[in-house]
Ligand binder design. Structure first.
Ligand code: NDP
Ligand SMILES: CC(C)CCC[C@@H](C)[C@H]1CC[C@H]2C3=C(CC[C@]12C)[C@@]1(C)CCC(=O)C[C@@H]1CC3
Length: 345
């Protein structure tokens, strides 16, 4: 009988390894002695010893060479959350994730770590210290969230000790750090256009913002603890900075550190949410003749005006997780990494 060649434990693939989180993950894995192959639709950097495979994750034939000899796969690719292209989200996050699972099984991969999102339980209403047993959002707030829910279910249900295929999902929240293309750049762009003068609601809502290196740390701990007898198989884990902060204090700290004024005037949440909904509907109706993307989408307004912070006790207990970079240090390092976004630059 032919024996299956066991791939090296330190050989892994990162799907989405050119993206913000993916690249930080790749760099840390390389530092820790892993041999890494990157699969992405684009190549954004080079690193000695790293193999890049370019392609669409929905294409199994393109994926297979990247997974060859890997015992561990991280899947952290997704279309940008700001997109409103439903078809793209369904194709990549749902159909594409089925393809990733299939390709892992064919290539003999033993462990799959998915980057999910804490937002899979968020419906636009307050979540305070949310645990992993909260139900998935029944009314997901956008296509991104809707398809991240299906994606997480697919990956967790694929966990099968009999087939020697173990899966786990990491649910980060509000990732920030050097090279993030979303949070700080969108914030600064909004400030430069004079639209960051207002606080939505009373400004006391608490939120998790998670420094990218803590998210990477959570992923690697999950991968290294994923064994047939471990309690983590087939489960989701919140990974946060474990320091909920007022949404508007966080935004103000980043803005002020970059030389912009902090927002000062308050607007009622319900008014801004209603306006955002109206603008979004208008943008949909007018799409065939006029294309515009409102800055204050219903999703962003909901995130800016509600509590959404999560407990990471389960990760502490099962993975031995503890944030490695504090929020204060994370903000400092992030701000320093964006000299071109400073006022007047
Ligand atoms: N940023 C955040 O605050 C949070 C992110 N997450 C999750 O973390 C993961 C990483 O996010 P982040 O690093 O911010 O996102 P990025 O957009 O920076 O990275 C995603 C990468 O995946 C690539 N990609 C997209 N579609 C495909 C495809 N069909 N085939 C191959 N590659 C593809 C992207 O390419 P391209 O840029 O060309 O599209 C990009 O390089 C995602 O799964 C996201 O849902 C979860 C919680 C919070
Ligand atoms: C215009 C301002 C009111 C807000 C500017 C900052 C926002 C762009 C960000 C604040 C919270 C962020 C966030 C995400 C994207 C960027 C923000 C909306 C996610 C939606 C990214 C993907 C996820 O899985 C959840 C994140 C929640 C927080």
């Amino acid at each position: 009988m032919a024996t299956r060649v066991r791939p090296s434990n330190k050989r892994c693939a990162v799907i989405g390894g050119s993206g913000f989180l993916g690249r930080h993950l790749v760099e840390t894995l390389v530092d820790r002695g892993y041999s890494v192959s990157v699969f992405d639709i684009r190549q954004s950097y080079e690193l000695p010893g790293l193999t890049f495979h370019l392609g669409d994750l929905c294409d199994e034939q393109a994926l297979l060479p990247a997974l060859k000899n890997a015992s561990l796969v991280f899947h952290c690719a997704s279309p940008a959350p700001a997109s409103d292209d439903r078809e793209l989200f369904e194709r990549v996050n749902i159909q594409g994730t089925r393809t990733v699972i299939q390709a892992c099984l064919e290539a003999g991969v033993q462990k799959l770590v998915l980057t999910s999102s804490a937002s899979v339980v968020f419906e636009g209403k307050d979540i305070k210290n949310g645990q992993e047993d909260l139900p998935y959002a029944r009314k997901p707030i956008d296509y991104y969230t809707e398809t991240k829910i299906e994606q997480e279910k697919l990956v967790l249900q694929a966990c099968d000790r009999e087939k020697d295929f173990l899966t786990v999902a990491i649910r980060p929240h509000g990732i920030f750090g050097p090279r993030d293309p979303q949070l700080v750049p969108i914030l600064v762009d909004t400030a430069r256009r004079g639209k960051m003068k207002f606080i939505i609601g009373d400004g006391t809502n608490l939120v998790d913002f998670t420094f990218v290196e803590n998210v990477v740390h959570g992923h690697i701990l999950a991968a290294e603890n994923l064994r047939p007898n471990s309690p983590i198989c087939g489960k989701p884990y919140h990974i946060t900075n474990d320091e909920p902060v007022r949404f508007w204090d966080f935004m103000s700290e980043v803005l002020v550190a970059l030389g912009y004024a902090a927002p000062r005037f308050h607007l009622p949440y319900i008014l801004v949410y209603g306006l955002a909904l109206l603008l979004w509907l208008l943008s949909m109706i007018l799409r065939p003749v006029l294309s515009f993307k409102p800055t204050f989408t219903p999703m962003r307004v909901a995130l800016a005006g509600t509590h959404h912070y999560y407990s990471c006790d389960r990760a502490k207990q099962d993975l031995g997780y503890k944030p490695v970079v504090s929020l204060k240090e994370g903000i400092q390092r992030t701000v320093q990494s964006y000299p071109h976004l400073r006022k007047g630059a």
